[in-house]
Design a protein around this ligand. Structure first.
Ligand code: ZN
Length: 302
């Protein structure tokens, strides 16, 4: 049904456009009378302009409607979130490589081969330039085409890896990583390798990707990070707290150790100011060596 409506509107748009072109042609050729008078020509011009305006607007309305309709159709479906290469990244990559590196490589190559007036030193320099810029372009092409700049679509249960506009692979989170898809940390983000019929398809998501934060949270709550052995801040805190409570228990059990007692027969240790642990702050958690003077209790006998 949806497809039928879409095709119908596409045909309409095409027809409006065809009429527009016909009137444009009419405007060019002028009146179709065998011997057109001045008045005939004026009329023809008038009609063709009106026709172009009419069908031109219909065509634009059709295109706008088509775009809006796309949204209506997808509104009902449970929306999936996306994590894609950031627009900024795309623009920068395009500008740097498309507008600068590629033309430079071409220019240097052209000069080094075809400019016969060059001295051999200049020629060598241009060749080096061509190799340098060519290498950068090749590297960019490798990154884009080999490693892939796909994007991912996901919700709490499912993830779809889009390797290209046509190719996509859907997985449930619990199958990631699994025999069909590998996952691992990559350049501050994550790389997913989909194995499909003996071939590998790579989809990388970096921290510069649009929607990365949310994607990473989903990876964590779906347990993917744990399965691929990436320690999250939360895991780290939990582990550290466990170590501390173990230490506390040890101190309580061990006879002769000095318990923290601000009053009575103890005074705060001068080396650690009663803290016991000379702390190093990591991720807002005190981690660090235990004070040697007080053995970590923070207090020494008076
Ligand atoms: Zn101390």
């Amino acid at each position: 049904m949806k497809t039928a409506v879409k095709i119908f509107i596409d045909v309409l748009i095409f027809m409006f456009f065809a009429f527009f072109l016909l009137f444009l042609l009419y405007y060019q050729t002028g009146s179709l009378e065998m011997v057109p008078t001045e008045e005939d020509q004026e009329n023809a011009k008038m009609i063709s302009i009106l026709g172009m305006i009419f069908f031109g607007s219909l065509c634009s309305i059709g295109i706008i409607f088509r775009a809006t309709m796309q949204k209506w159709f997808h509104k009902g479906e449970k929306a999936m979130k996306k994590c894609t290469a950031g627009m900024f990244t795309k623009i920068v990559v395009f500008l740097v490589f498309g507008v600068f590196f590629l033309p430079m490589a071409g220019l240097f190559l052209y000069l080094s081969i075809f400019d016969s007036s060059l001295s051999s030193a200049e020629q060598l320099m241009f060749t080096a330039g061509a190799i340098l810029f060519g290498g950068l372009v090749a590297f960019a092409a490798y990154r884009v085409f080999y490693l892939g700049i796909g994007w991912v679509e996901y919700d709490a249960e499912t993830v779809i890896f889009h390797c290209s506009r046509r190719e996509q692979h859907r997985f449930r989170w619990e199958d990631v990583p699994g025999p069909k898809v590998q996952a691992g940390p990559w350049q501050g983000g994550y790389m997913f390798v989909v194995l499909t019929g003996g071939q590998q398809r790579k989809v990388g998501v970096s921290r510069f990707s649009t929607g990365f934060k949310d994607f990473e949270r989903t990876l964590e709550s779906a347990g993917v990070l744990k399965r691929i052995g990436v320690t999250t801040e939360e895991d780290f805190k939990r582990a550290a707290e466990q170590v501390f409570s173990q230490f506390e228990r040890y101190r309580e059990e061990k006879a002769g150790s000095v318990r923290p007692k601000p009053e009575g027969d103890c005074v705060p240790c001068p080396d650690c100011d009663g803290k016991g642990i000379i702390a190093k702050r990591v991720l807002r958690l005190d981690i660090g060596k235990i004070c040697k003077t007080c053995g970590g209790s923070g207090y020494v006998p008076r």
